[in-house]
Design a protein around this ligand. Structure first.
Ligand code: FES
Ligand SMILES: [Fe+2]
Length: 501
């Protein structure tokens, strides 16, 4: 049978009842979206440290993990060391998820080979009298292994070539920005490709339609920004996007006129390849706030090409959350405390089963038992997972407010192709070494007392200029010592207020 080819010109045409001309699917972009071994973006991602699981997932039995389409097993041995090994035993392939965790390393259950956390084989069992031969044989094999680091309840791994390992990036020193911040870990599976979840961090226009109201009035389901008292988010933002740190990342501002006196300037920071820092999520914009810091740290880690996990920390504490809206009890494995529709499991009380076991990973969004709830009040999970298992960029019709999505994809492409040497794995390693492994982030929540412009044009201009001055202040402070940086930025923001007083 002859294949009927789509008519590309007709597919693009704006006309009524055009479904027939748009019913054939171009493919996804494999270059940016696929991350398995040997893929360009997968190889790039392996030059970074990624969180692979929560520490609480390491129990008395090994934890099977799939990361970037690699089958892995994580465990904490009796000495406290954390291992992340290839799942299939180097002997004859049985999975170490059925292995026995030992005082040192893990023993494969099939024939009893034992591997240390670095993958070295420390025991090949042999009949009595042939132990020496076992020792000799052990030195001839090793299990694939990745180095791990534990921070604030998350297990990070470096899955690239050992000789090119970059410093572990302790953003802002130790990820905390205020002494009273408590970093609470979470891990939430998303049933779609990693890039559309990462895109969603740069897509801040969606806040107003998706998060400020239930779609069916009167349907009581979940939390919206309105219900959380985050009045400032109800306003459609004016977005600007700034490539920063040599094109290794993008800071973006969303400016909202809260009332005649105050502008809310939210600055988030999206960092190659899969990290994002989010500032305060519950802002009401009622009083001045200069350089409030990170409310959520989030990595989008590919599981395989059609599943990923959002994994990171929520910062909880009076400094970051003066209105005390956050709820630590609702942050964890397959749960998060803000809005509804962030995870496959919709109601947080379901997120721990009665026997204390972790809940199963959700499957496709339409198979969930909360599908009806999700249709009435969808969240990010529904929006991103329903963009297809791998979103098809060729079908998109981007608007001005999608600029951040397109800029961050461009940064990724420039990094993976090497056209921006600063953002390659080697460029990152050099930069991290130069900042002593402690880079700064632009992430900040800011409310400035700046009166409304006298005309719509003046107001639009004012919102943009104020946001640009905030970004400039943070850029100018980037090389100041940690103790001086915050005061410098706060002074500059106060100066903006004085200039408009
Ligand atoms: S398959 Fe693991 S010890 Fe034989
Ligand atoms: Fe969202």
């Amino acid at each position: 049978m002859n294949e009927i080819k789509p008519d590309a010109d007709m597919a693009k045409k704006v006309m009524p009842y055009s479904g027939y001309y748009k019913n054939q699917m171009p493919g996804h972009d494999p270059y940016l979206t696929e991350t398995g071994p040997g893929t360009p973006t997968g190889d790039y991602m392996r030059r970074f440290w990624h969180p692979v699981c929560m520490a609480e997932e390491l129990t008395e039995v090994p934890r099977f993990l799939m990361i970037m389409s690699e089958e892995l097993v994580a465990f904490r041995d009796g000495s406290g060391a954390v291992g992340l090994l290839h799942a299939h035993c180097a002997h004859r392939g049985a999975s170490l998820e059925y292995g026995m965790i030992k005082e040192k390393g893990i023993m494969c259950s099939y024939h009893g080979f034992t591997f240390d956390v670095d993958g070295s084989c420390i025991e090949v069992p042999m009949p009595t009298g042939e132990e020496e031969e076992g020792c000799r044989l052990a030195k001839t094999i090793c299990q694939g292994a990745y180095k791990t680091v534990e921070r604030h309840g998350l297990i990070f791994a470096y899955m690239g070539p050992p000789e090119e390992e970059p410093p572990f990036p302790n953003w802002e020193g130790n990820f905390t920005c205020h002494e009273d911040d408590k970093l609470v870990p979470f891990s939430n599976v998303q049933t779609c490709n990693w890039l559309q979840v990462q895109d969603n961090a740069a897509d801040q226009f969606h806040h107003t339609p998706l998060h400020t109201t239930a779609l069916v009035p009167g349907h009581e389901q979940g939390t919206t920004f309105g219900e959380a008292g985050a009045a400032a988010f109800v306003i459609r933002p004016d977005l600007q996007f700034f490539p920063v740190h040599g094109g290794r990342s993008m800071a973006w501002t969303s400016s909202r006129r809260v009332d005649d006196d105050y502008i809310f300037i939210r600055i988030n920071h999206q960092i190659l390849p899969n990290l994002s820092f989010h500032s305060y999520l519950f802002e009401d914009g009622k009083k001045s706030k200069h350089f409030s810091r990170i409310h959520m740290h989030r990595w989008t880690v590919p599981i395989d090409d059609t599943n990923c996990k959002m994994i990171g920390w929520r910062a909880i504490g009076p400094n970051i959350d003066p209105r005390d809206v956050g709820n630590e009890d609702l942050v964890g494995f397959e749960k998060i405390d803000f809005l509804e529709g962030q995870c496959g499991i919709r109601r947080p009380e379901r997120a721990k089963y009665e026997d204390g076991k972790l809940p199963p990973i959700p499957k496709h969004h339409r198979e969930r038992d909360c599908y009806n709830d999700a249709q009435h009040a969808p969240g990010d999970y529904e929006a991103t997972a329903s963009q297809r298992p791998i979103a098809v960029h060729a079908l998109e019709n981007p608007m001005k407010f999608d600029g951040g999505v397109y800029l961050s994809r461009k940064q990724l492409r420039d990094a993976t192709t090497g056209s921006n040497p600063a953002a390659t794995g080697a460029g990152w390693k050099e930069w991290l070494e130069g900042v002593d492994g402690k880079p700064n982030t632009y992430c900040s929540g800011n409310v400035l007392k700046v009166p409304i412009g006298s005309t719509p044009e003046e107001e639009v201009e004012r919102r943009r200029v104020v946001a640009q001055r905030c970004i400039q202040a943070i850029t100018d402070a980037d090389e100041l010592p940690a103790g001086e940086r915050e005061a410098f930025i706060q002074d500059k923001m106060a100066e903006v207020e004085r200039d408009y007083a």
